[in-house]
Design a binder for this molecule. Structure first.
Ligand SMILES: *Cc1c(COP(=O)(O)O)cnc(C)c1O
Length: 589
């Protein structure tokens, strides 16, 4: 994209409509569960900073995502989080109607404005069905994120995709060339589906176009018209991560004629509606969220045209307070232009080390307040926080407890900070959390402190990623589509120790930005995810700690400070959503 095109875009009235099932704006607004929502929040904040004309659609979730606590046995306890949308958002004076299971459901909307550094505003439109006149089931549809059964989920996706397009029209954001003559109306030139949950927006656009052409049935031209306006970002390399629904359920919820249309566009085939296919078949641009993920998606979706745009994080949201102050002093303008972070090499190392230490102390104070454990700022601290689910292999570092104890005894003291929620229905994930509890007790006997911080959310994420000395990540390859928490660490001068998966394949320079956990297990290579390979990965993890990382930390503080700079300069300056949104602008929008 040329500078002129970018300028034109900024002044244009052509909007990008960004649809996401979840969005993480801040900890007070619990409309996100994890990575997908956090990415959406970071994307929208960067779009606002870059003055990108964008409008965002999501659901309101009055019950939020759950609050996590851990009982004496180490079990996860879930409780709802009450929040009051009225305190944060403006209720809009608009109603849209969506037909769900043959009922006409009324939809209202709340607006939350994201302001960019230069004052540009990106509105988020939260859809809400909790309206008098809707039946109790329909009123509950905007209630709980990833709650309920398959039916509830498809009803929610209908609300997001179809209800979202309709609500945007009500609010004056209309698709190009179909504009009704509404005063002050905006043109939407692109519809971006952040994951397949919003896929049904393509069906609604196809209906709008067909109707505007005065026909009752769509033609190839109508399909091309929709495709030209839609793009789809897939976020998971796990087949089960692509939402699928039986055709009978689609018939009940969407009706026979919609199902016939979806069959003709191959969103439904062999009796299954696959939301990724619904989205993909009516999009002109399809992408995965890292280079490796794009490669895996090309095969998973049998589509050679899938591109890769690697995720990022919004730097000013994820930099710690102390490191942010240092950047402000030393690299003026870095918030507008994250590429400037490259110049961290000119900053004195001791200032970076001091800024990090301040954040570490803040984190350790939080640990003391919440867990009653006093950790030392002088001890090498390993962090691990992410959704507890089997493929992320939460407990890999504890595979051989004696080896870990030996590392601490012979190489240098270590302490560990863990966090992460398990999805309420993920028994495997819950078991992982409970097992962490056991490991903590076992390690305690050898004088190694390990704590689990309850209720992982964005505030906690920011503090843990920035405040530890090493960020640990050990998913089973290639199932971590991108991962973003390691990027948050890098931005704060914290190196990663990670299996080569997702973003880390691109961000990894051995001994410069972090280290690789060597791992022969690969979910795409049949028979390689064995107990033996798992143990070898755990061994490699301990070996890197013993031979490379811990000695460097304790014995060569200057070299460690150089690594901190390299993390910021090489990875912080690149793995951010400013760069990512620019790539979407250049390649996709
Ligand atoms: C950053 C973040 C995530 C995503 O991190 P991954 O590395 O992709 O697992 C999830 N949850 C919270 C609260 C976060 O801050």
């Amino acid at each position: 994209m040329t500078a002129q095109q970018l300028k034109n875009l900024r002044s244009s009235s052509e909007y990008i409509a960004y649809f996401s099932m979840e969005i993480g704006i801040n900890t007070q607004i619990p409309t996100y569960s994890g990575g997908l929502g956090v990415l959406a929040g970071d994307t929208v904040q960067s779009a606002a900073d870059l003055s990108c004309p964008m409008v965002v659609v999501s659901l309101l979730y009055r019950n939020g995502y759950f609050k996590q606590s851990i009982n004496e046995q180490g079990e996860q306890i879930e409780s709802p989080v009450a929040w009051y949308p009225e305190e944060f958002c403006q209720k809009l004076n608009a109603t849209a109607k969506v037909t769900i299971e043959g009922r006409e459901v009324s939809v209202q909307a709340y607006r939350y404005d994201i302001k960019g550094v230069g004052g540009h505003v990106v509105p988020i439109i939260f859809l809400d069905t909790d309206i008098e006149g809707n039946n109790p089931y329909d009123r509950s549809l905007s209630g709980t994120l990833y709650g309920g059964d398959e039916r509830y989920r498809l009803c929610q996706e209908t609300l997001l995709g179809i209800g979202g397009v309709r609500m945007l029209c009500e609010l004056g954001y209309q698709p190009e060339n179909l504009k009704e003559d509404v005063k002050g109306a905006h043109t939407v030139s692109r519809y971006h589906m952040n994951e397949g949950h919003a896929a049904l927006l393509t069906l609604e656009l196809l209906k709008l176009k067909t109707k505007a052409s005065g026909r009752s049935d769509f033609t190839e031209d109508d399909v091309s018209w929709v495709k030209k306006r839609c793009l789809f970002t897939t976020h998971t390399p796990i087949p089960a991560g692509h939402d699928c629904f039986p055709i009978s359920l689609a018939q009940e919820i969407l009706g026979d004629s919609s199902v016939k249309w979806l069959e003709r566009t191959h969103g439904i085939s062999a009796g299954i509606m696959n939301m990724s296919h619904v989205a993909m078949n009516l999009s002109n641009y399809i992408n995965g969220v890292s280079k490796r993920h794009a490669e895996v998606s090309r095969s998973l979706l049998s589509n050679p045209s899938v591109k890769g745009i690697t995720n990022g994080v919004h730097c000013s949201r994820w930099v710690s307070d102390s490191m942010g102050r240092l950047f402000d002093q030393e690299i003026p303008g870095w918030q507008q232009d994250n590429f400037e972070l490259r110049n961290i090499f000119d900053v004195e190392a001791n200032k970076i080390v001091a800024a990090h230490r301040e954040t570490k102390q803040q984190l350790l104070k939080l640990v003391l307040d919440h867990n009653g454990k006093k950790l030392s700022p002088d001890v090498f601290t390993v962090g691990f926080a992410r959704r507890a689910t089997p493929y992320k292999r939460t407990g890999l570092i504890f595979e051989d407890l004696d080896a870990l104890k030996a590392v601490a005894k012979n190489t240098g003291p270590i302490q560990l900070i863990f966090a992460g929620k398990a999805h309420p229905k993920d028994t495997g994930g819950k078991n992982l959390i409970a097992s962490l509890h056991q490991y903590a007790q076992e390690l305690d006997k050898s004088g190694i402190n390990m704590v689990f911080l309850e209720n992982y959310n964005m505030d906690l994420g920011k503090l843990i990623c920035a405040g530890v000395d090493l960020w640990l990540n050990n998913p089973l390859k290639p199932l971590e589509a991108s991962g973003t928490s390691g990027m948050k660490s890098a931005l704060n001068g914290v190196p990663s120790l990670s299996t080569l998966d997702g973003w880390w394949i691109e961000g990894w320079v051995e001994g410069v930005t972090g280290w690789e956990i060597e791992d022969n297990a690969d979910a795409m290579v049949q028979g390689s995810d064995t107990e033996q390979n798992r143990q070898r990965a755990a061994q490699s993890l301990c070996q890197k700690l013993t031979e490379k990382i811990i000695p460097l930390y304790y014995e060569k503080p200057q070299a460690w400070a150089e690594i901190m700079k390299q993390c910021i300069s090489i990875n912080g300056s690149y793995f951010n959503t400013h760069r990512m949104v620019l790539q979407y602008l250049q390649n996709a929008y």
